[in-house]
Write a protein that binds this ligand. Structure first.
Ligand code: SF4
Length: 423
């Protein structure tokens, strides 16, 4: 058998262990769990007295010829309440309990790990839509670093791949080296601690805007065209003080921020199904918008409530804890192969900034509601928001459509979503 290749992983990766029945959430609730052909056949032929009736009831063939593949040959049918039919009363999985972890389908065995391939290089990370992964990724004060480990063979199975860049092949080595440098620059920017976090996002936006201009131009030939952008970005890393001063010159636009984020919440998140996120959303909406829905975000009252919750409860918790948002951004850049999985790096940047700004707004509201924040509330919001944002393709399309409809797509608009007034 071919030896598994080394995989590049964040340094928190090996510490992850599923906490099973201790978990505050249920990882499979409400999701489509695809099953490959081998697993489907194995489950359907199984004679285990506990599992056989459950396999008959809850394992279904994917009869949609447009989507049926080896990897998506079948799926787990959920119960009417959205829970998994194999989840026992003690919140443990019946398949794992009866047959061991090796009997789980790829989707369940991997989660919350995510397997990508960047060029020929396997990469693995954690999705913070799992509460235990969220604690591990977000709450560590030191910056996330990366290391090579021996990859598990199962995780290098092509069917386990979530993202691959370039699509379908390993790419040209010289070009991949430049793309790798671009992503490393993005990581270096969000981890540049002498620079305020919002100013780091401003610098990231400038680099993505420059990269965008080159990639979408008719004259673009190959990754080599991006080298001047990378060199300029690397030089900017040396001028944190100047960038802090530039960001400070930008005027805040609180009415724009609250109205835009209120609209994004209404258009993209209001119909969500996860109970933990519903609680966070209800807390934030009650504290910031009173009884009005999030889309009515206009007027001095809302601004006043936001300012008070920010100053009295949000800022005291986050002072000295900027690393929580930094870790979120660094993990997303690595996990999503940012900024390369879309032909427009600036589109991916908009998505990153909007998600960041929505999480921050909700945390300000939650801080107001609870008269303070703690690690448990912060993890609850990041985790439940990520369940929506990273497992729902419609959310992303709605988010970007909503920005377009509001004509709020430029770098200046992104800065207004980030900027807090000097207090
Ligand atoms: S969400 Fe994470 S910790 Fe919870 S049961 Fe799933 S894998 Fe385990």
């Amino acid at each position: 058998m071919k030896a598994p290749r080394k995989a590049l992983v964040p340094d928190y990766y090996a510490e992850f262990h599923c906490i099973g029945s201790e978990c505050e959430d249920s990882c499979c609730a409400g999701w489509t769990v695809p099953i490959n052909r081998d697993t489907y056949n194995r489950y359907k032929q199984h004679r285990n007295p506990v599992l056989a009736p459950l396999f008959r009831e809850y394992v279904r063939k994917n009869k949609n010829t447009a989507t049926q593949t080896e990897a998506y040959y079948g799926f787990m049918e959920l119960k009417p309440d959205g829970s998994c039919g194999f989840l026992r009363d003690d919140k443990l999985c019946a398949i794992q309990k009866e047959l061991g972890a090796q009997a789980l389908c790829n989707t369940c065995a991997l989660y919350p790990r995510q397997v990508n391939r960047f060029g020929g290089q396997p990469e693995q990370s954690l999705n913070i839509s799992c509460p235990e992964a969220a604690r591990l990724v977000l709450l560590r004060p030191q910056p996330i670093a990366f290391a090579s480990i021996d990859g598990a063979a199962r995780f290098q199975d092509a069917q386990a791949l979530m993202r691959r860049f370039p699509e379908g092949h390993d790419g040209v080595p010289e070009e991949m080296a430049i793309f790798r440098e671009l992503r490393s620059l993005c990581l270096a920017i969000v981890q540049l601690r002498p620079l305020a976090l919002d100013a780091r996002l401003m610098l990231l936006g400038m680099v993505m805007e420059n990269a965008d201009r080159i990639i979408i131009a008719d004259t673009y030939t190959n990754a080599g065209d991006l080298e001047p952008v990378i060199v300029l970005g690397q030089q900017m890393l040396q001028h944190a003080e100047m960038l802090n001063a530039e960001f400070a010159k930008l005027a805040a636009n609180q009415p724009f921020k609250l109205k835009t984020l209120g609209n994004l919440l209404r258009n993209t998140l209001a119909d969500q199904e996860n109970a933990r996120f519903s609680e966070c959303l209800a807390d934030a909406v009650a504290a910031l918008f009173g009884q009005a829905d999030a889309g009515g975000a206009e007027g001095g009252d809302i601004l006043g409530r936001y300012e008070a919750a920010y100053a009295d409860y949000y800022r005291p918790y986050f002072q000295g804890r900027e690393y929580i948002f930094e870790n979120y951004l660094a993990n997303e850049i690595f996990r999503q192969i940012f900024p390369l999985m879309n032909e427009s790096p600036f589109r991916l940047y908009q998505e990153l900034v909007c998600n960041y700004a929505i999480v921050k707004l909700l945390l300000v509201g939650m801080a107001g509601r609870h008269r303070g924040l703690n690690d448990a509330l912060v993890v609850k919001l990041f985790q439940s928001f990520s369940r929506k944002a990273s497992h729902d393709s419609v959310y992303l399309r709605c988010l970007l459509d909503s920005l377009r409809e509001q004509r709020s797509e430029s770098l200046v608009h992104m800065m207004w979503l980030l900027r807090e007034p000097d207090r």
